[in-house]
Design a protein around this ligand. Structure first.
Ligand SMILES: O=C(c1ccc2nc(C3CCCCC3)oc2c1)N1CC(N2CCN(c3ncccn3)CC2)C1
Length: 304
């Protein structure tokens, strides 16, 4: 509880957290939350992990479609993103994202102890989803990965650039590695415009120290892949210029899971769920169908 008379903690946009749905993470930082609750008893819980430099708001369409299937969808803005507290798009250790995700998942499981749990993750959020599921390999009914960060783009992570990033990280960790050029992220100009004008997104350059955390996460995932045994769905565009599709192919081919599916979108850019309308609709159908197919037979609803 805040000290009596203390000023209320406010979001980066100046809104008191007492007026916003939120959780407080283990470092005392307020994380803005969103919930999409079905009208009737939920059949499952679905946690959505957004990517770097964005927030969980743009996942509303996916969440609404899952809510229509009587699934209880929830998400938060990761530390340093959107309406959550924290240094913008920076994190002391990638594990913070996984720890906070497990905290939110455990909170929702305590409220709905009998429901299966799914995770949906995009890009860096896909890396968070993978490492979260690896920490609790028996806890998730399924993991849906939309262009997950499993391997960095070889053009932005050449051996020389990685060497220089490691060197500069010790000297000028806040130096920018460059920003995300959204026109290479989606072929839908309206989606690019929406991203570019969304003030809750981070539009400046990504720091070297953050890039090092992304690379460390990629290294962790590479080590974990052979032991991955949980069910997963992988969706990736073969024209993704940010997260190399070879990472998804490698995960599909080298994981131990017996229940796994990969769907490659020819010509698809990185943000498949926000790519051209036919691709985005296909992604929505793939995600909702796969999760529905992975609901336990008895998951008709919670006990009345
Ligand atoms: O999580 C990421 C992500 C993943 C890997 C990255 N590697 C870099 C590079 C950048 C240049 C320097 C070296 C590191 O940035 C990354 C971001 N995300 C989430 C994705 N965003 C992209 C923008 N989005 C978007 N853009 C247009 C239309 C709709 N959405 C939302 C999703 C990127």
């Amino acid at each position: 509880m805040p000290e009596p008379g203390a000023a209320p903690r406010r979001s980066p946009q100046g809104v008191p957290y007492t007026d916003l749905p939120h959780i407080v993470n283990a470092d005392g930082l307020h994380l803005f939350c969103r919930y999409w609750e079905p009208a009737g008893p939920p059949r499952a819980l679905v946690f959505i992990a957004h990517g770097a430099a964005e927030h969980c708001g743009p996942y509303d369409e996916i969440a609404q479609r899952l809510k229509e299937l009587s699934l209880l969808v929830f998400a938060h803005d990761h530390v340093g993103h959107g309406q959550s507290e924290g240094d913008r798009v920076n994190v002391k250790d990638f594990q913070v994202y996984i720890r906070d995700s497990l905290q939110h998942i455990d909170l929702m499981k305590s409220r709905h102890p009998d429901l299966p749990v799914f995770i949906v993750g995009h890009s860096m959020g896909g890396a968070i989803a993978i490492l979260t599921a690896c920490e609790r390999p028996g806890d998730f009914a399924g993991v849906v990965l939309i262009a997950p960060l499993v391997q960095m783009n070889p053009e932005s992570a050449t051996p020389f650039k990685v060497f220089m990033a490691k060197l500069l990280n010790h000297m000028v960790p806040s130096l920018s590695m460059g920003s995300i050029d959204s026109k290479w992220i989606s072929r839908d100009k309206r989606q690019v415009e929406a991203y570019d004008t969304d003030e809750l997104n981070y539009h400046s350059g990504l720091r070297i120290s953050f890039g090092m955390q992304l690379m460390a996460a990629v290294d962790r995932i590479e080590r974990e892949i052979p032991s991955i045994s949980w069910p997963f769905l992988l969706l990736h565009g073969d024209t993704d210029k940010l997260c190399d599709i070879r990472g998804s192919r490698m995960m599909y081919e080298n994981s131990s899971s017996t229940d796994k599916k990969i769907k490659i979108y020819e010509g698809g850019y990185h943000a498949l769920h926000h790519d051209l309308p036919d691709v985005a609709e296909s992604v929505l159908k793939e995600v909702t169908t796969w999760i529905t197919e992975h609901l336990p037979a008895t998951a008709s609803s919670e006990p009345q």
